[in-house]
Design a protein around this ligand. Structure first.
Ligand code: ADP
Ligand code: MG
Length: 485
């Protein structure tokens, strides 16, 4: 946080100071975290009282004070803390965040958007840039009109890089976020079908993501996936210098000779200008190559030497949970929990990683529903069931509502019509692949418990709301070996 007095917050936001319990003449210094959740308040905090759908933040001002908050931003006078009262708390919050970053011209603002991989790339970029200068990035997936200003308020006078993941559920959302703090560097990872139900089409998603590169200044850099035609098309929409990343020749930052180790971890040659360096990633799945290239392009743009970038990429490890999280159980079963979220692109990527990890081993794809796909939902689910079998996955387990088409697709590609228990003691020993649908995660757990054998690799993947990440955690913690009887 950059220390700021209450009177200064009033000036920035155009609000009125309400002195509260301290009485007039007191001008508290906010030098602790800016929070919207009273439970996260600490000594010196500014508490932002938002009015949500279910709760009114003004009811928690006293709680924030008890945690050490010294001031509040509110839309009506409160008794428990000195506050700045404004007509629109959200507008005042973004004005404050904007003023903090504007007053700190030494901080380079970097925006990241895309349909899949924003958080993974944000984490990786943080790991790399932190070697080069003080870096602030959003916690977890805080990427909205609240998360972005919260993250901005964490900068200090010495922050060199501010990394902002920017989410979008409609036209204008990213534009709004870029107006809070103008990025000098914008990264667009990919345009897929995440949230297509809300947007209507991939082209509409592309227009929404393009708002990031349209916000960049001429002195800035647009880091664009040269392998994704919709993203690459954004080159024409920005005045910033374009850096293409990918495997295609038009990419200025390229990956050559990608290969996966038996754990599904990619290594490749990173090529930028005349430079060639080997990179070995500590992440599972080929899709991380594209994320790493985007990170390398940003790091090059801020002047980090290529060899240092390659070393930092190699040292980085996953920071956020449930993204291709790999656990080796004592009984020799490997659980890959990638169920933080899912859409067709990230599920394809995860299935390919499973196939790579499964050479010579039996593989299970445990797939829950991918939400928010609109009318394409059944077709997309069916296609993934088919893909799993074509990639050589041994067993597909489709879990819960909306996933029957996964099972149907798998069977249409030749998986036997059974309950995926081909090697259950006493059952028929069926060769090749199998597929089953089960109604819920409890049934999936039981089915896996009884059928997993040492050496098996299990991928667990679904949208967040389908909740398979908890199934993945249960499978990880299960002592394994199932029921020996
Ligand atoms: N470049 C990518 N392409 C496809 N899937 C990806 C990519 N990067 C990460 N993923 C997968 O997408 C899912 C969501 O990743 P995350 O980094 O949380 O993305 P976001 O923040 O955009 O939702 C995870 O399962 C992750 O393994
Ligand atoms: Mg995210």
């Amino acid at each position: 946080m950059i220390p700021v007095r209450l009177s200064e917050i009033a000036r920035i936001t155009g609000g009125l100071v309400h002195h509260g319990p301290e009485g007039a003449g007191v001008d508290p210094l906010v030098d602790g975290p800016v929070v919207t959740d009273s439970r996260e308040a600490a000594a010196g905090s500014l508490y932002i009282a938002r009015i949500g759908e279910a709760l009114d933040g003004h009811d928690f001002v006293a709680a924030a004070r008890a945690q050490g908050a010294v001031a509040a931003l509110t839309s009506r006078p409160v008794d428990d803390l000195p506050s700045v009262v404004v007509p629109d708390v959200q507008a005042a919050f973004v004005a404050l965040a904007g003023a903090l970053v504007e007053g700190n011209p030494g901080t380079v603002v970097i925006g990241i958007t895309g349909s899949s991989g924003k958080t993974s790339t944000k984490d990786l970029l943080w790991s790399v840039l932190a070697h080069h200068g003080e870096t602030v990035a959003n916690v977890g997936s805080l990427n909205s009109e609240v998360g972005v200003p919260l993250t901005i308020c964490r900068i200090t006078p010495t922050t060199a890089y501010l990394i902002l993941e920017m989410g979008s559920r409609g036209i204008g959302h990213i534009d709004y976020l870029t107006r809070i703090a103008q990025p000098q560097i914008g990264v667009v990872l990919n345009v897929g079908t995440a949230h297509v139900g809300e947007f209507g089409s991939r082209e509409a998603i592309g227009r929404a993501k393009a708002e990031l590169v349209q916000a960049l200044p001429a002195t800035g850099f647009a880091v664009l996936n040269a392998d994704d035609p919709i993203v690459w098309g954004m080159s024409a929409l920005t005045v910033a210098k374009v850096i293409g990343v990918g495997e295609s020749e038009q990419a200025g930052v390229r990956a050559l000779d990608i290969c996966l180790d038996p754990q599904g971890r990619p290594s490749f040659t990173l090529v930028a200008g005349q430079g060639h360096v080997p990179v070995a990633l500590g992440f599972h799945g080929e899709h991380h190559v594209g994320n790493a290239l985007a990170v390398a392009a940003v790091a090059l743009a801020v002047g980090m030497p290529l060899a240092e970038i390659a070393a930092a990429l190699g040292e980085a490890r996953p920071l956020s949970r449930w993204r291709m999280e790999v656990h080796e159980r004592a009984d020799g079963v490997t659980i890959v929990n990638d169920a933080y979220n899912a859409n067709p692109d990230s599920t394809r990527a995860a299935l390919k990683a499973l196939a790579a990890m499964g050479s010579g081993r039996r593989t299970w794809a445990v797939l829950g529903e991918m939400r928010e796909l609109g009318p394409e939902s059944a077709r997309e689910h069916e296609a993934l069931g088919r893909l799993a079998i074509r990639l050589g996955v041994s067993r597909v387990v489709a879990v819960g509502e909306g996933t029957q088409p996964v099972d149907e697709g798998a069977r249409a590609e030749g998986a036997y019509d059974g309950d995926a228990d081909g090697d259950r003691p006493g059952g028929p020993a069926r060769p090749g692949s199998g597929s089953a649908w089960v109604p819920d995660t409890d049934s999936a757990f039981e089915l896996l418990r009884q059928n997993l054998a040492p050496g098996d690799v299990v991928l667990v993947k679904s949208s967040r709301d389908a909740g398979l990440r908890w199934l993945g955690d249960r499978l990880r913690d299960d002592t394994g070996a199932g029921d020996p009887s």
